[in-house]
Design a protein around this ligand. Sequence first.
Ligand SMILES: *[C@@H]1O[C@H](CO)[C@@H](O)[C@H](O)[C@H]1NC(C)=O
Ligand SMILES: *[C@@H]1O[C@H](CO)[C@@H](O)[C@H](O)[C@H]1NC(C)=O
Ligand SMILES: *[C@@H]1O[C@H](CO)[C@@H](O)[C@H](O)[C@H]1NC(C)=O
Ligand SMILES: *[C@@H]1O[C@H](CO)[C@@H](O)[C@H](O)[C@H]1NC(C)=O
Ligand SMILES: *[C@@H]1O[C@H](CO)[C@@H](O)[C@H](O)[C@H]1NC(C)=O
Ligand SMILES: *[C@@H]1O[C@H](CO)[C@@H](O)[C@H](O)[C@H]1NC(C)=O
Ligand SMILES: *[C@@H]1O[C@H](CO)[C@@H](O)[C@H](O)[C@H]1NC(C)=O
Length: 633
Amino acid sequence: MRSLIRFLTPIALLATVALAVPSSAQGSAVPSSAQGAAPQSAPRLAAAWAAPLSTRGRYVVDANGNRFKLKSGNWHGASGTWNGSGSTADAANHHAGEKADQMPLGLDRAPLADIVASFHELGLNSIRLPFSNEMIRDGRPVPDASVRANPQLRGRTPLQVYDEAIRVLTDQGFAVILNNHTNTSRWCCGLDGNERWNTSQSTEQWEQDWLFMARRYAGNARVVGADLYNEVRRNILDDPNWGLGDRHDWHAAAQRAGDRILTEANPNLLIIVEGINWYGLPVDGLPHGRPTLEPVAQLSHTLVRSNKLVYSAHFYGYTGPNHSGATGIGETTDPRYQDLSRDQLFETVRRQAAYVALDGDRHFTAPVWISEFGVGGRDNTDPKSRAWFHNFVDYLVATDADFAYWPLVGWHDNRRGNGWALMHWDAAGNRMGLYDGDDWRADAWRRLVSGGLTGPVAPVRNWSMLTLDHADFNQSVRMRALPDWDSGARKAVCPDGQRLVGLSRTGNRGLCTGAPDTGGHQVVRDEAHVDTDWAVGFTKFQCPRAKTVTGYAVRGGDLSSVLCRDAGTPVGGTSRVVWFDRGDNRPAGGPGGDFATGHYKGQCAPGEHLVGVAYRAWIWSPGKEPDALLCRG
Ligand SMILES: *[C@@H]1O[C@H](CO)[C@@H](O)[C@H](O)[C@H]1NC(C)=O
Ligand SMILES: *[C@@H]1O[C@H](CO)[C@@H](O)[C@H](O)[C@H]1NC(C)=O
Ligand SMILES: *[C@@H]1O[C@H](CO)[C@@H](O)[C@H](O)[C@H]1NC(C)=O
Ligand SMILES: *[C@@H]1O[C@H](CO)[C@@H](O)[C@H](O)[C@H]1NC(C)=O
Ligand SMILES: *[C@@H]1O[C@H](CO)[C@@H](O)[C@H](O)[C@H]1NC(C)=O
Ligand SMILES: *[C@@H]1O[C@H](CO)[C@@H](O)[C@H](O)[C@H]1NC(C)=O
Ligand SMILES: *[C@@H]1O[C@H](CO)[C@@H](O)[C@H](O)[C@H]1NC(C)=O
């Protein structure tokens, strides 16, 4: 329910629109004997996977190359539950009356071990653990009453409690994903001062905080991921964007922070990048909506470790592709997801997010983790909301999607309360669980946690894009350790473990594909290695024998040099010249996808090496854009 993204017009800013939580509970206690699907146990879960995790096409895989489907839930609280007004000590001022005191929720009611054991019952294997920056820095001990059921935690700071939650979770076999949810410790979203990674501080500070968190848990291999930022969205005045190169460019900020975490803090983490959650003003007639992961099709990320990227998106029935989720003031006439028919919903979720995983063999292909979705439970009698949940779960099952339910833990009082959680505890420590027999969500949940591909995932062709739209793009760790290879030029280099196979004529984009990770880098800025005149009258940069192109440098649109490295596999056989000066020239089926929309592109065929690039050398030609590639089998 994190996505309570109440996008209010500035006028409505002060009139908060609360999500109605129906309060007509009629449940009496039901014995919690009913078993759920696929209950786990610590030894079984711990034996089921080996860290670190990485990606293979659309799947997350473990260290042995076996599928590790992220079957996760959000254990919220450490990022704050305060609703932003009134005393933080009064539970009434916390979302749904549930006060977490900057700790994972429920520690006043149930022992940590019991809460974590309940996650096994739910069939989960991983936990998204939100935190706030305020929590990290708060040196005050947590209130005794808030850890009543966990006296061992008395006197600890919120961060030390977070540490302990991570220790217990990972000892129990769970994978943990750190999620930077908020800066200040409060219930997220809407105009809360946490809209953008640099809303209330510099981007540098945001990156530093991430390095701190990544290093803090680097010794625990079951801390597997860094979920960089929650629901990047508009603040009162400004929209975030995907690729404009300014200080609101979320694509660029995530790219940089991800690379820094991998190179400076922990090379093993998955880097989780969420799409843009909201732009524009929610007023009929003005542009507004949820780009989600749509922009990834034209501009994807290429991390220094290209198999560490996971994309994510959030879906709630009461929001919509262009609906803020508000009710009353600030509401537009756009449909909510729960207003869409089943087919429309499937089509919309695919277009906004799932295509990134499902359209394989593209530069953007990556796992998509639906890291938040959820719905009210027992008290929720709204047929639309219930139908939405069933349909949405059907879609997650049908597409074998990675997921994280929001939230796992809540409070109840005589079986009444927030109701969105899957597990609730009352003040006396009595549990109300999903499988008690009176929760309509149980069947859908059983289906959700029981399916999906398991076992070894075969290696797949992999692709990454290079972009010089705004800055250097040096994605090779080997090259980063070497001095500047073309001073004053803008440089793009494939990650180690990939090589270049495609270039755009204009726009300076490139396409990389998987290749053995070798060294032997060598810059070519003249025709010294040309063995035959494969493009008469053109200037040709060609790699020395047994090397393949892995990067390029430009000055404006002009090619300045190419970077070659050892191919690692034989380069020889037939040569082929791929001209793309008058249009696209790419292999049938367009493997790798459109890596430079609106520009002419040349690309070698799968199995071929790109070993040379030619441009027009005539004195009267206006530019030195690449026109032809030399491809060798
Ligand atoms: C916070 O909760 C209190 C008590 O429920 C309520 O009076 C107040 O309006 C809420 N504030 C916001 C910003 O939602
Ligand atoms: C968080 O928000 C507060 C209040 O806006 C601000 O003073 C602070 O610099 C922000 N950053 C951190 C890291 O706390
Ligand atoms: C964040 O970026 C915006 C956009 O350029 C800038 O105006 C603002 O000053 C930055 N915020 C901080 C705290 O540096
Ligand atoms: C988390 O996000 C907040 C903004 O909401 C930002 O101020 C802070 O630096 C981030 N922390 C980390 C560790 O990324
Ligand atoms: C709805 O949102 C989508 C995605 O952000 C956007 O492309 C579209 O233009 C929006 N429609 C309206 C009417 O604002
Ligand atoms: C890329 O590598 C060159 C050395 O080849 C180095 O000078 C440059 O700083 C690197 N760029 C980045 C962004 O790391
Ligand atoms: C990338 O592709 C190469 C060559 O096809 C393959 O050897 C490698 O295993 C692939 N990497 C991943 C992470 O799938």
